[in-house]
Write a protein that binds this ligand. Sequence first.
Ligand code: NA7
Length: 563
Amino acid sequence: MPRGVLARKKFKGKKMKSAHYNVVVVGAGFSGIYSAYRLRKLGLSAVVLEAADGIGGTWYWNRYPGARCDIPSMEYSFQFSDELQQEWNWSERYATQPEILKYLEHVADKFDLRRDIQLNTRVESASYDEATSLWTIKTNQGQTLTAPYFILGTGSLSVPKDIDIPGANNFAGRIFRTSTWPKEEIDFTGRRVGVIGTGSSALQAIPIIAEKAKSLHVYQRTATYAVPANNYPLEEETLKKIKSDYAGLRERERQNYFAVDLPSPTQSALEVSPEERASRYEEKWQEGGFGFMFAYYDLVLSKEANDAASEFVRSKIRQIVKDPKVAEILSPKQPISCKRMCLDIGYYETFNRENVTLVDLQSTPILEVTEQGVRTTADHIQFDDLVLATGFDAMTGAIVKMDIRGREGVALKEKWGNGPSTYLGIATAGFPNLFMVNGPGSPSVLTNMVASIEHHIDWISDCIASAMKTGSATVEVTPAAESAWMDHSAMVTGATLFHSCNSWYLGANVPGKARVFMPYVGGYPAYLQKCSEVARNGYEGFSFSLSPKKFGPKTNSEMFTGV
Ligand code: NA7
């Protein structure tokens, strides 16, 4: 019997104090779920460790009212199984959190993946042993697991930013964070509510809370660009049409900068007259979705091109929001798309409601949260409920939260003290056999995350399979390859407007965090090509050690039971 099967049988339902696997995966969101599938297909024993008491990752935790994806659901879904693609029916253009969670539960059940997922288990530390070429992973359940391979599917936006507002613990009313929303429904009927933050999460929650609340104060530090989502139910005919060419859709995603099914523009915004530009933006505005940024190819490359697009959105805000003073405060000043753009389902309109007040923190900053409410330099407003939608320690937060130590006991947190450094956002030198899914240095959050996740896990699995086939004990990025990738990544970022504002892409939202632009901005097609080339050239940039060291009871190649 292949060792993987044996290990899985032993694991079923029990939390063993110590166990050995081929692969330990952290996180049971889209990444962990697909890892479980893919690694099993390879005949490997794997365990997916998940801190929550359910699967779903981001879609388990972010249950706030209005939470939904902003990539069309037909694309924000797995492509590894056509049967799955064909049988699942999304109900709306942009799926809600409950529907996405239901989908992930369905995937886990359909492919019988739960037996490889261990819930309620937080990884506290992982250290690499150079003598055995094994990772030792310790959990909050008192377990010690060993494995030659260690995969981090920990999510890009999974660790909430520390609350950096004085007095937040003093508030005597109900306090909620969008990122860790309670499971039970929260009723805001007749309540005085304050929302702090105006990023994607707040934008989705605010219109819904406003419908119920007696009063809603929105505390805005930086205004956000939002284009209409133009959400609609997906009728049977539409589903049928998309499904009839799902492969074509997936291929088009691979050709697109953000890994979405949108045509790549070839025209510059500066080539056309202001009237023609305005009419093109209007067309994109009516279509809804991120297609707005695909009106012209240079919206994130040229400040002049970006200015016109930004002004178009500001003009729309002025049209929608009746009070010109409020419209002005809601009008963002930074380049559009420099911070994550949002999709609007009634957000701007909400500010026309009598019960909604916008508080401009630029002119009247928050001094503190008190027992009763929020004190700014202008006033002290009392609330029954406070909602913090203040964002995440993005891209690196979940990784450095674990005490991960590579060669010579070096902590990853230390190595990344001046910002994350990786090769392709997949691996980092000095940490053999450790792989990241959508890590910093990959296009990740600038793309359709599900497509990127699948691509990464396929690539990582192929790499592991290749190492095992050749009897290699370790796969490790060379410092030279890592440094060349980081230089290339910085060079392409420098050619865009992405670095020109204080975004979480840059780590600028977390006090004290090193400022390094984390996602790779060279675009999804170029990135796919690079990853393919690296693999084709024998995993160029990685060194494989043919050490005869033993991994637990058997060598890697003996444990490997087929691709
Ligand atoms: P975001 O997009 O990071 O938004 C956080 C918001 O909270 C943003 O408006 C921040 O203002 C605001 N914020 C953060 N800290 C404070 C303090 N101390 N005082 C006042 N306001 C504050 O997080 P989301 O959860 O909305 O979205 C995250 C991603 O999830 C999103 O981009 C999608 O990809 C999905 P700031 O802009 O920093 O001035």
